[in-house]
Design a protein around this ligand. Structure first.
Ligand code: NOJ
Length: 758
């Protein structure tokens, strides 16, 4: 029975009072500890080292590892990353806790980006589910497995908005849209951190890379970012702000310059916006070596100045530049860094350690029995499979070629990726066993009613495809083509699994071409010529430009890098045991020349239109302005119809809410899910607004023939924007509303936003 409102309010009050007293208690403990610390010990908390030697073996005697070991003993290390497994973590924690003067526990960080050992889909793929509950659960599962291995802090979620498919780290984010990106940021933070950070199944999250990293010029990783205030505030910052509102405990800055200043040294971002305006009370870690890189940027003359600039700007922890530990004490003594800044950073770091419960029991994440029980458990695999199915996007399905019949079919399965157990793990899977993913070939064999002939056709890459990226793309070897063509000829349908190897996207993997790497495009065309009944399954970590395939191939399934359970998820979709419902969180371009491509553009003064023979409008003379597949696009094995778009009023005053409703009907013959999307256009404003902005969505499941009225609310948050001073404003005027199944088309209506009376 639900609690009466009064009792509920009372319970909530008690809960928030107890949270308040808990945090008061933590603040007191932090102050007490801080008052006992020497300057060097304080700076030690701001120092993070990478895992360095076999921690369970003998102590290192010389070299860098010996220095790091000694620093641990002195209490000069606050955190370590890339130490994993309960035994290893316990060993380093023991040095910090038992050998240093104050025994302050380390916080152990790791890149748990999409799963720890059990790998879920790459974040971009998960984002294609638009299923916030599933995304939250996926992060919670990752946290559970990582926490069981001794880890208390993940460097995720990456909440960088990315509009440039050339950038390799598109795979690590939630795509191009700040609204969807914000919702997903919140889901991921909640998933990792849960309700109780001190529980041994949750870990601290980290919103990164603050800020602008995804807007690297030319899509080249680590390159400069130069954006105006409106873009910074309206596109880049919202997911970070949403993460702060969801109580994310840490932030990471980044490698890039933002408008001329390295973000690691940006006081404006870290002190003024994040810790000032947004009142963030967690801590900021630098990116790997990014404090030292300020010298390469030409912002700092030497290491001492780099440390000074970073500390003064509000960068609280130094990841692997070794500059805080070597320079900060002297800088404080020389009056170049105020000790109050050091105290502030240390308070933030200690606060998070207390919240994690590390002071109560520094080994609470080091239970070997729990590690054995949780790692790779059935629960984790089931969740990874569920997330993988939900991440798949059906891009095209002419003549209902899919789903495939389960019996009596001869299927030619073609492509190196079809039999690959490593690539589907994608980039960022450090703790996973190599080649531990289920391949499409393995999973298809569970459907025993059909005959499968597998042919590789061509390699995606030759040479070791490894973390250090020694990959060479196979651009010449077509020796497998004949066999692939022969298999296709004798088959009812050819399923080609093509795309990028898991290590062809990710950090440092920018591309100038967005086609299928190597000779795969030629393979596709050769197979299609032999048998046009082609299903193309794409595995990739970024949008690809595949105009030929989009025009000719009847069925295309976007299957990204889906993790451990990849093959099963793909097979279940191909055979219709799972009805796909994913929608693209990024636009797919027709050509690399259109990049950056994103749906929420501004109109030019010479907008695109059908103006044959006229040259002077905003267009390309050799390609259309349109995407190949738009943001929000994705099909199902059933059909959906939108009707009866209604607004609660034709006008609404600033501060009031408007309700938009639409009837959604499953007009097909099977149950399915649809993501109903609402976009607005603020038709004129003091800072020009995009032609479309996503402001609401709902994932709806309907039986065949069933209808549901979907409602969206538009209020101050949805109708406001940031002006060129970075102020959030809401301006009266005319708005359009569009509701449909993607960012293109849909039903339209309009309303007026009026100024309030007073
Ligand atoms: C560099 C990456 O940019 C960052 O995202 C990651 O968390 C760190 N390396 C640590 O591995």
């Amino acid at each position: 029975m639900p609690l009466p409102i009064k009792m509920l309010a009372g319970a909530m009050l008690l809960f928030s009072l107890s949270l308040h007293s808990q945090s008061m208690e933590i603040e007191q403990k932090v102050e007490e500890l801080l008052s006992k610390m020497t300057l060097e010990e304080k700076i030690g908390q701001m120092n993070q080292y990478n895992g360095f030697w076999n921690a369970t073996g003998p102590a290192p005697q010389d070299g860098l590892a010996a220095d790091k070991y000694e620093h641990l003993q002195k209490g000069w290390v606050g955190s370590m990353l890339n130490v994993r497994g309960t035994e290893e973590v316990r060993a380093v924690q023991k040095i910090a806790v038992e050998e240093s003067r104050l025994g302050i526990p380390l916080i152990i960080g790791f890149d748990v980006i999409h799963g720890y050992k059990t790998i879920s889909p790459i974040p971009l793929a998960e984002s294609a589910s638009w299923d916030l509950e599933a995304i939250e659960k996926s992060a919670a599962m990752a946290a559970k497995e990582a926490a069981a291995a001794g880890i208390n802090w993940t460097f995720a979620p990456m909440v960088d908005i990315s509009r440039d498919a050339r950038w390799g780290r598109v795979m690590e984010g939630a795509g191009e849209d700040p609204y969807l990106g914000s919702k997903i940021a919140v889901a991921r933070v909640r998933g990792f951190q849960g309700d109780d950070l001190s529980s041994p199944g949750t870990i601290a999250a980290c919103a990164k890379h603050f800020a602008g990293y995804g807007f690297a010029e030319g899509g080249r990783d680590y390159n400069t970012t130069d954006v105006g205030t409106a873009t910074l505030y309206n596109q880049i910052l919202p997911p970070f702000k949403a993460a702060v509102d969801a109580n994310v405990r840490t932030f990471m800055n980044g490698f890039n310059l933002l408008n001329g200043v390295p973000v690691t040294g940006s006081k404006m971002l870290q002190r003024d916006i994040l810790k000032g305006e947004w009142k963030f009370d967690g801590f900021v870690v630098s990116d790997w070596g990014s404090i030292g890189e300020m010298i390469d940027h030409g912002y700092a003359a030497d290491g001492a100045q780099a440390a000074e600039l970073a500390a003064n700007a509000g960068s609280d922890m130094d990841m692997e530049s070794y500059l805080y530990v070597s320079e900060l004490a002297e800088l404080v003594r020389a009056g170049k860094v105020d000790e109050a800044h050091i105290d502030d950073a240390v308070r933030r770091i200690l606060r998070v350690k207390y919240e994690l419960g590390l002071f109560d029991d520094p080994y609470r994440y080091c239970d070997a029995e729990r590690e054995a029980e949780v790692t790779g458990s059935e629960e984790l695999e089931e969740a990874a499979l569920d997330m993988a199915r939900k991440s798949i996007v059906l891009l095209k399905n002419d003549n209902d070629l899919l789903p495939l019949a389960k019996t009596g079919q001869k299927i030619a399965l073609i492509g190196a990726l079809a039999a690959d157990n490593n690539s589907p793990l994608g980039s960022w899977r450090i703790a996973a066993e190599d080649s531990s993913a289920v391949s499409v070939l393995q999973a298809m064999q569970f459907y025993e009613g059909n005959t499968i002939t597998y042919e590789k056709g061509a390699d995606v890459a030759v040479g070791p495809v490894s973390f250090v990226m020694e990959t060479k793309i196979n651009t010449t070897d077509k020796s497998g083509f004949d066999a692939a063509v022969a298999a296709a000829k004798g088959a009812d349908v050819a399923v080609l699994v093509l795309g990028e190897h898991g290590f062809q996207s990710g950090e440092g993997r920018s591309r100038t071409e967005l086609g299928l790497p190597g000779v795969q495009q030629e393979l596709l065309e050769a197979v299609y010529a032999a048998n046009p009944n082609v299903v193309l399954v794409l595995q990739n970590g970024r949008p690809l430009a595949l105009p030929w395939a989009a025009e000719n191939v009847p069925a295309i399934v976007e299957a990204w890098h889906l993790g451990t359970m990849s093959g099963h998820a793909i097979a279940q979709v191909l055979y219709g045991d799972y009805n796909p419902s994913g929608k693209l969180p990024v636009s797919f371009p027709r050509s690399v020349g259109q990049v950056p491509m994103f749906y929420n553009q501004h109109s030019t003064g010479r907008p695109a239109g059908d103006q044959p023979g006229i040259v002077f409008w905003s267009h390309y003379i050799d390609e259309s302005n349109e995407p190949l597949f738009p943001f929000g696009h994705g099909l199902s094995y059933t059909d959906f119809e939108y009707s009866e778009l209604q607004l609660s009023s034709e006008s609404v005053a600033v501060g009031e809410e408007l309700t938009v409703s639409v009837k959604l009907t499953n007009t097909g013959s099977r149950k399915g899910k649809e993501v109903a999307q609402l976009y607005i256009h603020d038709r004129y404003a003091s800072v020009v607004r995009p032609v479309k902005e996503l402001k609401g969505f709902e994932l709806v499941e309907l039986e065949a023939g069933e209808s549901k009225t979907v409602e969206f609310t538009l209020g101050r948050e949805e109708l406001s924007f940031y002006n060129q001073k970075g102020e959030q404003v809401i301006e009266p005027g005319m708005f359009s509303v569009m509701v449909g199944g993607s960012s293109v088309g849909g039903l339209e209506a309009g309303f007026e936003l009026k100024a309030t009376e007073n």
